[in-house]
Design a binder for this molecule. Structure first.
Ligand code: NI
Length: 197
């Protein structure tokens, strides 16, 4: 009997993964993996060490690059996983909302209010650019949590934008597909100089 061969719990894995930090390469616009339809995970897969380790690496990667969300296809895994970390001290966005940290498996969006809400979106897979996109203001997201239990959240405005943006990645859709006005697409420097109110 070798005790260290016993499966690690989520919490133990979390502790271990903090020591073995892995920052993954982020696929950039033009990479075909960003255009594929990602597949659902089974409950067994969600609870597996491999997937839990991938989630930890996704969170490390998102933190490293200052993202508010990251979807598995962005780190070259075509599966329906998205992580969110909305914190007021985010370096890339001015955030007024309270902190949200979520891991979502097999998530699906239902629009609750399709009144358009506009936001200058960025994406770790579209490096150095911002574009103005309008999306439905209020949505519900049904998903499985880290224990593969069904959950749902309702979100509006900025949180609804982040959720829709991340879950679009799972369908091979990028925010650049949804630019309503090509003049509202800019490099970060020009965005900050000419487009921030
Ligand atoms: Ni993105």
């Amino acid at each position: 009997m070798h005790a260290h061969f016993l499966p690690l719990s989520w919490r133990e894995l979390g502790c271990r993964a903090e020591i073995i930090m892995a920052i993954l390469k982020v696929a950039q616009l033009g990479h075909p993996i960003l255009r594929r339809m990602a597949r659902d995970l089974t409950s067994d897969e969600i609870c597996s060490l491999e997937v839990q380790s991938l989630v930890n690496d996704m969170r490390d990667t998102m933190a490293e690059y200052g993202g508010v969300g990251l979807a598995a296809p962005q780190v070259h895994h075509s599966v329906r996983i998205a992580v969110l970390d909305i914190a007021p001290d985010n370096p890339r966005y001015e955030i007024k909302e309270s902190a949200v940290s979520q891991v979502l498996f097999n998530a699906r969006v239902t629009v609750l209010d399709d009144t358009p809400y506009g936001f200058w979106e960025g994406c770790l897979s579209v490096h150095g650019l911002r574009g103005y996109v309008e999306r439905p203001r209020r949505v519900r997201v049904d998903y499985l949590d880290v224990q593969a239990q069904p959950k749902s959240i309702e979100a509006e405005d900025f949180l609804a934008v982040v959720l829709q943006h991340e879950l679009d990645h799972l369908d091979g859709v990028l925010y650049v597909d949804k630019l309503a006005d090509p003049t509202k697409f800019a490099f970060l420097e020009e965005y900050a100089r000419y487009h921030v109110e």
